[in-house]
Design a binder for this molecule. Structure first.
Ligand code: SAH
Ligand code: SF4
Length: 364
């Protein structure tokens, strides 16, 4: 079977080369070809000896998931849908802004954590993405955007806020993160790579130890009673433990704050009292808030809070001196907004029925 070189970070590729009698600097050269120059054709790697190129061709490939749909929103947001085989598709979204370009990528097909307001969660869990499938989204998006992969003028930031829970696919996520940070690959600074988690406390500690990057935590509720309902993993790792884990993470983190994401659900978590409760909860953690207007999806039981309600909620946090931003809803004309990213993944019922799937047709 051919080995996919996109599955390796620098250490992995060096070990693979050593196993085949090749020097570490050769691995570095190939790593640069693949990630800095977006090259998948060994014959085009012109400074590699022909004999090594032939050897690589016989035993390896550079294979990213293929793009099965590529949609551009009126506001410039661009959504890529990737085929990851077996009827599964995952999405990445590119969000251009004046001073940066952010790529939001997925780490799992589906998600097991079943947050009640999230369309990915409602799909159930299909499987973890491989390293090649995670980093392949960045590799492909760079090519599609016409960027040389190592040129961070187009994709300057990466956020792991697409489908899935990154910390539930820890090893593959960390290997992909190492590639994003590697100067021979994408060379992004740790501050410009953000992992978003629903709060897997022990794994947050591991991330802090093994590969600290910027951290966003999906909070969504100011007390355990409500969070138990919205984010069920809270029943295992309640808020007191989560706040302590944030505080520990900050000792390792490249930034001096954690971003708390808070989805605004009409009449559920958006009252003045809840804003004050939130301030009390997070008093001892250096943080910023990012309020996310809820993005509805078919069958969801929630409504988005009104704009004046979101403004008032933000004001209460701001008046207490906490930096608070409200996420612009972008790309919703192409279903690329937060939490809508599961639109075209095959749901479990259909999978069990083993129907033949056309990715373009399957909508839930
Ligand atoms: N699993 C991780 C990362 C992916 S979800 C996490 O939960 O943090 C990325 C963000 O989108 C999370 O903050 C999540 O709570 C939010 N989100 C999920 N569904 C949403 C929806 N329908 N509307 C708005 N935001 C949503
Ligand atoms: Fe999974 Fe995040 Fe969605 Fe929760 S919000 S179900 S953790 S992807």
């Amino acid at each position: 079977m051919l080995i996919n070189l996109l599955d390796f970070d620098s250490a992995g590729l060096t070990a693979f080369f050593a196993k085949h009698g090749e020097k570490p600097f050769r691995a570095r050269q190939v790593l640069r070809w693949i990630h800095r120059f977006g090259q998948s054709d060994f014959d085009a790697m012109t400074d590699i000896a022909k004999s090594l190129r032939e050897k690589l061709k016989a035993m390896a490939v550079v294979l990213a998931p293929s793009i099965v749909s590529d949609k551009l929103s009126d506001d410039g947001t661009r959504k890529f849908l990737f085929d990851v085989g077996g009827g599964n598709a995952v999405e990445a979204v590119f969000i251009p802004e004046d001073d940066r370009g952010t790529l939001c990528i997925s780490t799992q097909a589906g998600c097991a954590l079943d947050c009640s307001f999230c369309s990915t969660g409602k799909q159930g869990f299909n499987r973890n993405l491989t390293v090649a499938e995670i980093i392949g989204q960045l590799w492909q998006a760079n090519l599609a955007l016409g960027a040389s992969p190592s040129d961070d003028r187009i994709i300057s930031n990466v956020v792991l806020m697409g489908m899935g829970e990154p910390l539930a696919n820890f090893e593959n996520t960390v290997t992909a993160l190492r590639l994003m940070l590697d100067d021979n690959a994408y060379g992004l600074s740790r501050r410009r790579v953000t992992v978003s988690t629903s709060g897997l406390v022990p794994v947050m500690d591991r991330l802090g130890e093994e590969c600290p990057v910027a951290l966003a935590v999906s909070l969504h509720a100011p007390n355990d009673k409500l969070r138990d309902q919205l984010v069920p993993i809270n029943q295992k790792y309640p808020l007191r433990e989560l706040m302590a884990a944030c505080d520990r993470y900050l000792q390792k983190a490249p930034r001096d704050f954690v971003t708390f994401e808070y989805v605004m659900l009409d009449g559920v978590n958006d009252s003045d009292i809840q804003a004050h409760e939130l301030l009390a909860l997070t008093r001892n953690v250096s943080c910023k808030f990012n309020l996310i207007p809820f993005n509805p999806f078919p069958g969801s039981p929630y409504r988005r809070s009104s704009s004046p309600r979101i403004r008032r909620f933000a004001e209460i946090l701001l008046e207490a001196g906490v930096v608070t931003t409200t996420r612009k809803t972008r790309g919703d004309d192409i279903d690329a907004a937060c939490g809508q990213l599961a639109g075209q993944v095959l749901d479990k019922t259909r999978r069990t029925a083993r129907r033949k799937i056309d990715l373009h047709e399957v909508r839930t």
